[in-house]
Every structure is written in C-alpha cells, then in structure tokens.
Design a protein around this ligand. Structure first.
Ligand code: TXA
Ligand code: MG
Length: 370
C-alpha cells in the first residue's frame, strides 16, 4: 500500500491552520469516513485513526499496528454532544471531569452504546472516549463527521510516536495516509480514568494527573495495580493494553529511581556503580539522565575508563520537558544500537507518575530504588 504523506506546512511554521492545511485535513477525514486509515497528531501522541463505527476499520487498525485484537481502541470525539450517541450513560463523575479537562489529554471509560461495534472495544461492553484539544485532531474529527477510533500510531510494542517522522518509520506502507502536524506538545498518552464503577479508578497516568482528578472529584482516586508494579500472575489489568511489554527499546534497560525526592542525590552514585559493573560485559552502554545527574556523574567519572553514550532528558525540575522527549529518546537507543541502557528515575508524584510508568515498562520493570 502506498502511504500518502500530507504535511501541514503552514500550521507547522506558523501554528495556525491555513486554507491549504484545512483542505488536506478534509482529504484525510474523507479517507477515515470511508473506511481507510489515517495517522494524525494530537496533543499527546500521534493517533492511527479509523471510523469508530465500522467493524472493518477496527480490524484494519489492529492489522496495521500488529496489535492483538483484544486490546481496545480509544474513540475520539470533537464535540461533547457526540458523547451521548456512543455511551449508555454519563455518570456524575464524568460530567465533573469533562467540564474541567475536556477538550484535553484525558480519556474516560463508559458503558458503550450499540452504536460502537465490539471490534472497536476489543469485545468489551465499555468504551474509552477522548476529546482531544489539539486543533488538527479536533478539526479532523469534525470533518470526518464520525467518531474516530485511534490507538497510538506505532507498531505494537514500540514507543508511541510523537512526530510524523516516527509515524512514517513505523507505519509507512501499512496505512493510507499520514498527516504531519509537527511534534506533539505533551508527548505521553492521555490519562485514562474508569468512571463506570462506584469508585473512579485511574488506569493509566498522564498529563491530567491523579492529583488534578482528585481535586475536581473531591475524593480519592484509586490507582490500578498495573501502574506502579508488574502484575502478579493471574491478575488482569483493567486496561488490557497495560499488560503488554511496551515502549521498549531493543536493549535491556535498568531504571535507577530515588525512593523519595530527598534521595535524588544517590541516583548518580548507583548509575556509576552499575556502569562500572556492566562495562566488561557490554560494548555500547547508554545512559538516559537529567542535566543535573550528568553533572554528578562527571564529577565521579574516571575519564579514561567510564565511557557511555549520554542522552539528556532535560532538567530534573522540568518534568513536562522530560515527558515530551521521552519516547524520542527510547527510539534513539535502537538507532544508536545501544546494547545496555541505564536510566534515571524520578519521584512519582504529579506528572512524574506518568513518566515513571512509561520508564518502568520500557525497563520491563527492572527497577532499583536508592
Ligand atoms: O493519548 C492517547 O490516549 C492516544 C491518542 C492517539 O489519543 N491513544 C492511545 O491509544 O494511547 P492506545 O490504544 O495506544 O492506548 C489505549 C489504552 C490501552 O491500554 C487500552 O487497553 C485502554 O486504553 N482501553 C481502551 N478501551 C478500554 C476499555 N474499554 N476499558 C479499559 N481500557 C481500555
Ligand atoms: Mg499505545
């Protein structure tokens, strides 16, 4: 299959959608409406979009991603009015959360209506719904005049894509179209919260943090066990996608995290210790760390012997910046042909919970607390 790339040139250079850009979005919307697949940017990550009301579109999405078909898709809308038709009921918690966080990087789980086929929900009676704020995504959905089912636009098991280049790398030849709208503002997938039960449950942390959800709901939000640790045998995560190995570079990775913010100073010591221990075994060790950590490492290093490829995440104090670049770095390790990766971890509060969730999965839960 030939994949047509539509570059939103004016939007990328000026931040505003021109007539020409909008014509391109109409073209992509028509592809989706008629049962084809088009990848497009959102404020979180790129999505691989198909018509959420068509069984065959869902099947095509699974095939293009190489994704198991029991992993449900997120349905994207561009108007709150579109929610009614696709869900059976709208709980009070969902009303509160949608008023505060939609449009934005938050997905809610509802009981599905008959309009949404089981192919889209991976056989579940519930449906995940998101109302993105990104202007490209929201215009595309409104032009399509149907809700758009879109998982992250990456090959299954690889890090999500945050630029059109990464999308092309994974999906060229597998989808009809890729819309290039530049880099994603947030860089991590949306927060997912299940509002179908008595207690709201956080299934996947994202830029709408647990603290933000709790302050709007004025109550505690339970965290699904799959967020912080590997699931023990027999336990199923509530978001089926959380069980798969994800975001993983090809090389084995170990994560060194501070037990609390006060322990941050010990992280560099431990990274240096692991580097020295592993150097005889591996040729190309890579380190993913903050500028502050690099400084500490340089003070400890013996220039002659301690060699590693450094990838900087940014400043420890800028968690949003760390989040934005994370998936790009995880992909670069494959390009660099790193054979062992040591990554710095961060405190798990606010956006740090989402960053650590993705890092832990990339490290296949190989985690050392200091
Ligand atoms: O930011 C995002 O959410 C991006 C952009 C494109 O919107 N999409 C995204 O989709 O990350 P995906 O398919 O890569 O991740 C969706 C996650 C999976 O872990 C899936 O199992 C879970 O949502 N999910 C979808 N429907 C669900 C449902 N009915 N119940 C529980 N979990 C669900
Ligand atoms: Mg995904």
């Amino acid at each position: 299959m030939d994949t047509k790339i539509l570059v939103l040139e004016d939007y990328i250079s000026t931040g505003k959608l021109s007539e020409t850009d909008m014509e391109k979005l109409e073209e992509a919307a028509a592809v989706i409406k008629n049962g084809g697949l088009a990848a497009f940017p959102t404020e979180t990550v790129y999505g691989l979009g198909g018509n959420a009301l068509m069984k065959d579109a869902a099947k095509k999405i699974y095939a293009a991603k190489g994704r198991p078909s029991d992993n449900p898709l997120i349905v994207h809308i561009s108007d709150l009015k579109d929610l009614k038709g696709i869900v059976r009921d709208i709980p009070e918690a969902a009303v509160l959360l949608s008023e505060r966080f939609w449009p934005g990087p938050m997905t809610m789980i509802f009981n599905k209506s008959e309009e949404i086929p089981y192919e889209t929900t991976g056989g579940l009676d519930t449906v995940a719904v998101r109302f993105p704020s990104d202007p490209v995504a929201s215009l595309l959905i409104s032009y399509a005049k149907v809700p758009i089912a879109a998982p992250s636009a990456n090959l299954s098991g690889r890090p999500s894509t945050t630029s059109a280049e990464h999308c092309i790398e994974d999906l060229s030849g597998r989808v009809d179209m890729i819309v290039d709208g530049g880099s994603c503002r947030i860089g991590l997938e949306s927060t997912i919260i299940d509002v179908t039960g008595r207690d709201p449950v956080l299934l996947r942390p994202g830029a709408v943090t647990k603290e933000m959800l709790e302050s709007v709901l004025d109550r505690e939000v339970i965290e699904d066990a799959a967020i912080k640790g590997p699931l023990k045998g027999g336990i199923r995560p509530k978001a089926p996608g959380m069980k798969y190995r994800h975001y993983a570079p090809k090389a084995p990775m170990v994560l060194v995290a501070p037990e609390s913010a006060g322990h941050t100073a010990y992280v560099a010591d431990k990274i240096m210790e692991i580097l020295r221990e592993r150097q005889p075994e591996f040729e190309k060790i890579a380190i993913l760390c903050s500028e502050e950590c690099l400084k500490e490492l340089e003070e400890k290093a013996d220039g002659e012997t301690d060699r590693a490829d450094i990838r900087l995440t940014g400043s420890r104090s800028d968690t949003a910046g760390i989040a934005r670049g994370l998936f790009k770095h995880l992909r670069e390790f494959d390009e660099d042909k790193a054979d062992f990766i040591i990554a710095e971890g961060y405190p798990e509060d606010e956006l740090g919970l989402a960053v650590m969730n993705r890092l832990k999965k990339a490290a296949a839960w190989q985690l050392i607390y200091v």
